[in-house]
Design a protein around this ligand. Structure first.
Ligand code: ATP
Ligand code: MG
Length: 322
């Protein structure tokens, strides 16, 4: 199993619920070898400031660790520590039609709001394919926004295999039934690169402020409200128990219950649900040396898998590189 997350900012509630927590849970299965990594090379498509990149790498690593990743069992590493992946990405890109890449979400979704549309952003899915195929990973937990990229990975692996004989295992997307696409404070997909996230690791006041920003309609306090159209209710229901959800639903339908109250309850629920993670996160953010050493250990284990795979690919291509 393999999954990664870009270090384009501190992971948000959507990343946690949609990717990090399900992947950690999955990685605990006894007979499964898991690779969880920080996609810092992918982040370069958006961020050029080395200090910001460095800080984001730590906050992303701290998030995985705070959420309970077991780095003894799971191979936990930083993408750039295993540069073999960039070589494989090049080979793969030579097997994939340009035309199909123009349809990739990574490119289409961001091209209207990023100032710098660079070639790296365009070829993002090829680096992602290399991330997966280099480690012979077959089970890829993905959020709904990544399904299309995974399809491209399967496609490029098949094209390579068809031309040069069986080389890559064809990976499957693992979409957990309960995996959700969390919407941001503006009602669009929560993203590190849109200014619409809920960062559960912020201090209480700042976190509360973010939650208060969630857009709602303008139904007055005293009137009944439709819970299923409301993003506050939706996010609340991802975290709350069945009976808590029932109570909030009733409050919405009865009226006399304002969005401000619902947001306050959501804030309190987030604080309660992630108490341990928030504490652990600040611990790791004050112990960078420990993160460095964990990532270094992970990179060594990852390289031991990556090297033979890359040798096999070079062999198929009749390339000998020392
Ligand atoms: P960026 O804006 O830089 O693309 P992002 O917030 O989309 O950042 P990624 O690093 O691209 O985060 O994605 C990491 C993982 O989080 C992926 O598996 C993706 O499917 C998942 N994910 C991202 N956003 C959400 C969301 N809003 N809800 C659920 N899962 C999400
Ligand atoms: Mg994204």
């Amino acid at each position: 199993m393999l999954t990664g997350i870009q270090s384009t900012g501190t992971p948000h509630l959507g990343n946690l619920l949609g990717a990090i927590l399900p992947a950690i849970k999955m990685s605990e299965a006894p007979n499964l070898e898991s690779f969880l990594f920080i996609a810092d090379l992918h982040s370069l498509t958006q961020i050029k400031d080395s200090e910001v990149l460095r800080k984001n790498t730590y906050s992303t690593a701290a998030t995985w660790l705070a959420c309970g990743l077991n780095h003894q069992k799971t191979i936990f590493y930083k993408q750039s520590d295993v540069p073999q992946v960039t070589e494989l990405a090049w080979y793969l890109s030579c097997f994939f039609p340009y035309q199909r890449l123009t349809l990739a979400h990574s490119f289409k979704d961001k091209s209207d709001r990023l100032q710098n549309i660079n070639t790296g952003l365009f070829t993002y899915p090829m680096l992602m394919a290399a991330d997966i195929l280099l480690y012979d990973a077959t089970q890829i937990p993905v959020g709904k926004d990544q399904m299309q990229h995974l399809e491209m990975t399967r496609d490029v692996a098949t094209r390579f295999n068809n031309k040069l004989g069986d080389t890559f295992a064809i990976p499957d997307a693992i979409v957990h039934k309960e995996t959700m696409l969390v919407m941001g404070t503006d009602g669009k997909k929560m993203s590190k690169s849109s200014n619409n996230m809920i960062d559960i690791f912020l201090p209480d006041n700042a976190l509360r402020k973010q939650i208060m920003k969630i857009q709602t309609d303008s139904t007055p306090v005293e009137e009944p409200k439709t819970p299923d159209n409301c993003n506050v209710f939706k996010i609340y229901s991802y975290l709350a128990s069945d009976s808590e959800v029932k109570t909030m639903r009733k409050n919405y339908l009865n009226g006399g219950y304002g969005y401000g109250q619902a947001k306050q309850e959501l804030f309190e629920l987030i604080c309660r649900s992630f108490e341990k993670e928030r504490e652990q996160y600040s611990y790791y953010m004050n112990n960078f040396a420990q993160i460095d050493s964990i990532l270094k250990g992970g990179a060594e284990k990852a390289k031991a898998v990556a090297d033979p795979m890359l040798c096999k690919v070079r062999g198929k291509l009749a390339l000998k590189i020392n």
